[in-house]
Each structure stands twice: as C-alpha cells, then as structure tokens.
Design a protein around this ligand. Structure first.
Ligand SMILES: Cc1ncc(COP(=O)(O)O)c(C=O)c1O
Length: 375
C-alpha cells in the first residue's frame, strides 16, 4: 500500500464510524424522516440528537446551536452570505477557497472586504486587525488552523479584539476541530465551521455553530422546510450525522494521545528530512498543529517531486482543490515567501492511522527523489 500522508485533505473513515453508519442504515425504523412525528421519525430524530450532543461536546457548546450542513464549505458560505447585510467584512488572504470565493462574491455585490496578509510565519498582525476594524465592520472571518501550513492563529486574542469593537467573529475550524481543544464557553466566537471528513468521519456532512440568537439575524441559503434553526432546510442525512457524532466522540477521547504521537512523527520528519540539506519549513513550526508539515527543498519543484513519489507515498502541495490545477500556493505567496519556496512546497499531513512505517517510508522516498531530481 502507498503510505497515506494527506490527512489534511481527508482522513480515512474510522472502522467504528463505518459500523455506526451501517447499523443506522440497517436499523429497523431508523430510516424515517427525522422531522416526522411518528415513531419512525422519532427514532431517527433520537439518533440525530445523540450525534448533535457529541459534536457540541467537542466544542463545549449547546447542542441547540449546532446547524448540520454538507461540510465546512457550506458552513463557510452560510456564515458569510447569511450575514451579507454586513457593509464591511475582514478576512485574510490565506483562507480556504470557500472563504476566499464567498468573500469575493460578496465584494462583487457591494460588500467592502479587507484582506489581511499574514507575516512569513503565518501569523495575522493583531494591531493591523485592530486598525482595520471600522464602525460598520459586521464580521471578521479567520481560520483557526491554516490547511496548507498548519499554522495556528491566536483565536483568543483575535476574539478579544473583534468583540471589543462590537463585531461578529466567524472561525473556520475545519482543520482544528477534534485536534485542538475548542471551548466556546470561554472563547466568544459567534460562528464556527467544522467538517466530519477531517476527523475520520464521512464526507458530505459538517456543521456551523451559531451563537444563540444570531440565527434570527441570518438569512438562510437553503429555503424549504425550515430545519436546523431555519438556516438549513432539507431532510437531514441521519446516517452521515450519526457517523459525524461517533467520529466526534472518538476524537474527544483520543485527542491528547493523537497529539502526542503526531508530534513525535513530525519531529522525526523534520530531523530526518532536514538531513537531506536545503530544506525549508514554511510557516512557524512552533505554532503549528502536529499533523501538518509544509516544506520546500532548494532546487526541487513540488509538482515534479509529488509525481516522482506518487507510487510510494500520497502527499500534496496544498489544498485538495488546488492540487488538481497545477497552481502555486496563494497561501505561501500571501505570506511573502520567495517564489522558489512557493513552487517547491509540499504538504505532508499525518493522522491517527499513520504508522511509524509510513513516516520511515516517506523519509526514504523523499530522500531518494530529492537527491535524484537535484542531480
Ligand atoms: C480550512 C478548511 N476550510 C474548509 C474546508 C472545506 O471543507 P469541506 O471539504 O468539508 O467542504 C477545508 C477542506 O479542505 C479546509 O481545510
């Protein structure tokens, strides 16, 4: 098998999650429409309530404020376009495409958007954020963890600034949910996007946390039966939501251990790949999640490198949406990294099912490939 080191793009489904989904699909009566008032509907609705509580627990939030969606892309669209009455939005130039494209759409429709650029470490300048806030700033949208570099923004300080200026804060937590502790009773985030397939759950399901009362000020993007606080109509996919709930409860239990193991893997990768020479770590590694490592090798183009190693290891050169269209990373460019580093960047992302053999295989394979390509 090829070593799978692209967990930031998507994670394998945990066996326990798969079993829970299958059981739900097989379950007698669990197929009912969760909005129906008969016994079949009630059973499906109970499954959903359990999952909603498990997802909420991982955010230390009320389950009543979890709006299930089809994934973080939809959650991000709902957060931004749902508050489109805002006159001014602040975001960053290194967000996921679902934020960039939604903000560009709003910009074309008359909303003023400020695009903050991080420093070469990946950090947003908090003074610049503060200075960019205006009386009419309705929303600030910043990702907790960057999907290409793994850089962790200081969300607590960002929330403090945004709240002190009386604006709303949306956080794209697709890469941090289930990996870093998030406590919404302590951090005043108003809207937060998450996704199941980044935490060993199924694709096609995610959620948006909506701070109590805010739902009344938002415009749904999907109109219909008024499910999910009226923000997201449509019959809920019970089996996918059940899978999401199980994935969230497993993450709750294994977060600490995953963190410890993946920290060890990352240290080993940095140490061994560093010995090849001419390696650069993109972004401040001391402020990044342990499962993502973004590096460039002098004189080596990432597309050529990824192609050369593809029969042995699965790695990427950025977000999944980008890697199909050979396009250098807009994230690393916005961080102001030199073009050679941008064109050379590869992302190695580990996960709960990565084994030390995968790490050793990656080291050996990259060592051989970089040496070959340089010669
Ligand atoms: C930071 C970030 N936001 C949003 C998304 C989109 O998530 P989904 O695939 O659930 O739509 C991703 C997925 O790569 C991501 O990394």
């Amino acid at each position: 098998m090829i070593g799978y080191l692209d967990n930031a793009a998507s994670t394998p489904v945990d066996v326990k999650v798969g079993l829970a989904i299958t059981r739900q699909l097989d379950s007698n009566g669990g197929f009912g429409n969760p909005s129906s008032v008969h016994e079949y509907g009630e059973l499906a609705s109970q499954y959903i309530t359990t999952a909603r509580c498990d997802v909420a627990k991982l955010l230390t939030s009320s389950d009543k404020q979890i709006v299930f969606t089809s994934g973080a892309t939809e959650s991000n669209n709902l957060a931004l376009k749902g508050l489109s009455l805002c006159k001014h939005i602040i975001t960053t130039a290194v967000e996921h495409k679902s934020i960039i494209a939604s903000c560009s759409f709003l910009e074309q429709n008359g909303v003023d958007v400020t695009w903050l650029k991080p420093n070469p470490d990946g950090a947003i300048d908090l003074d610049e954020l503060s200075d960019s806030m205006r009386v009419e700033t309705g929303l600030v949208s910043i990702a907790h963890v960057n999907n290409e570099t793994g850089f962790i923004q200081d969300i607590s300080s960002i929330a403090e600034i945004v709240k002190s200026k009386g604006s709303l804060l949306h956080v794209d937590a697709a890469q941090s949910f289930g990996k870093l502790p998030i406590d919404l009773t302590k951090c005043p985030i108003d809207l937060l996007s998450i996704s199941a397939h980044k935490i060993y759950g199924p694709k096609g399901v995610g959620a948006l946390f909506v701070r109590k009362g805010l739902e009344k000020k938002m415009t749904p993007q999907m109109h219909g039966g008024g499910q999910e606080l009226g923000l997201r109509s449509g019959t809920l996919p019970t089996h996918q939501i059940v899978g999401f709930g199980v994935a969230a409860s497993i993450a709750q239990e294994s977060m600490e251990q995953d963190h410890e193991v993946l920290t060890r893997y990352k240290a080993r990768l940095i140490d061994a790949l560093g010995q090849i020479g001419g390696m650069h770590i993109n972004g401040d590694v001391s402020r990044s999640v342990p499962n993502i490592l973004n590096i460039s090798f002098d004189g080596v183009d990432s597309d050529v490198l990824i192609h050369r190693v593809r029969n042995k290891i699965a790695i990427s050169n950025g977000s999944a949406c980008n890697s199909g269209a050979i396009e250098p990373s807009y994230v690393l460019r916005a961080m102001g990294l030199p073009e050679e580093r941008v064109y050379g960047a590869i992302r190695i992302s580990t996960g709960r099912f990565t084994e030390s053999d995968d790490i050793e295989l990656a080291i050996e394979t990259l060592h051989e490939a970089v040496t070959f390509l340089r010669s």
